[in-house]
Design a protein around this ligand. Structure first.
Ligand SMILES: C[S@@+](CC[C@H](N)C(=O)[O-])C[C@H]1O[C@@H](n2cnc3c(N)ncnc32)[C@H](O)[C@@H]1O
Length: 207
């Protein structure tokens, strides 16, 4: 197999480094295990969480995560916990049955990769967290489901990312005439336009 053509550092130059986002989550919540379906090569969660499982169908991502020395070197001096990082990769469609135990993760990550929460909430432990944005509609579907409770909004700031739990009622309120049902959101694969939006939202599984 040829070596990876893309790695986390090249990915970061395009979309930026999300390590501060995951550091903010780790500072506020007890998260040790994270599941990241549709991760591509975004290794940032492993800087904050000792065990992260990445899932993607993409061959570049598979090649990258198979190169353990490269992954290790990209994480060197960047982790914020004492343990040796455990980085797992599953080369699969996250809508299929994954070789992962149900109820085994503290955090599910859904960023720009479709309706991850529909397919993968089963892998989250009771009371576990979901980080989701609304670009493909995931946060918008979750906002309509009473088994999820919004616990924080993620705002971008000059220094990176900030979690806020103040004034949460103002978020996820559709602009006039822009409300959609969960079925519409799923069918169109796009989120709802909100009066006050955030980069992403942190929800807790309560139901
Ligand atoms: C736009 S990229 C987003 C990557 C990263 N999450 C980010 O925020 O930049 C979407 C990724 O999700 C993956 N993806 C989309 N649907 C998937 C599925 N059903 N199963 C596994 N991976 C999927 C794609 O292969 C791609 O790598």
């Amino acid at each position: 197999m040829a070596g990876p053509s893309i790695c986390w550092s090249t990915f970061r130059t395009g979309i930026g480094d999300r390590s501060p986002l995951f550091a903010a989550i780790a500072a506020a919540h007890d998260v040790r295990t994270a599941l990241y379906p549709g991760s591509y090569v975004d290794l940032a969660p492993s800087t904050a969480f000792p065990h992260t499982t990445y899932v993607d169908t993409d061959d570049h991502a598979a090649r990258y995560f198979a190169d353990e020395p490269l992954v290790r070197s990209e994480l060197a001096e960047r982790t914020t916990y004492a343990q040796h990082p455990r980085v797992d990769f599953v080369h699969a469609d996250y809508t299929t049955d994954l070789p992962i135990e149900d109820g085994s993760f503290d955090l599910l990550i859904s960023l720009f990769a479709g309706l991850v929460s529909d397919a993968c909430r089963r892998y989250l432990r009771p009371g576990g967290l979901l980080l989701a944005n609304s670009s493909h509609g995931d946060a918008s579907v979750v906002a309509l489901d009473s088994s999820w409770q919004l616990v924080a909004a993620v705002q971008t700031s000059a220094g990176g990312f900030e979690l806020t739990d103040v004034g949460l009622r103002a978020y996820l309120r559709p602009k006039p005439g822009r409300a959609k049902t969960a079925e519409e959101i799923r069918r169109r694969g796009t989120g709802v336009a909100y009066t006050q939006s955030a980069f992403a939202y942190l929800f807790r599984l309560v139901g």
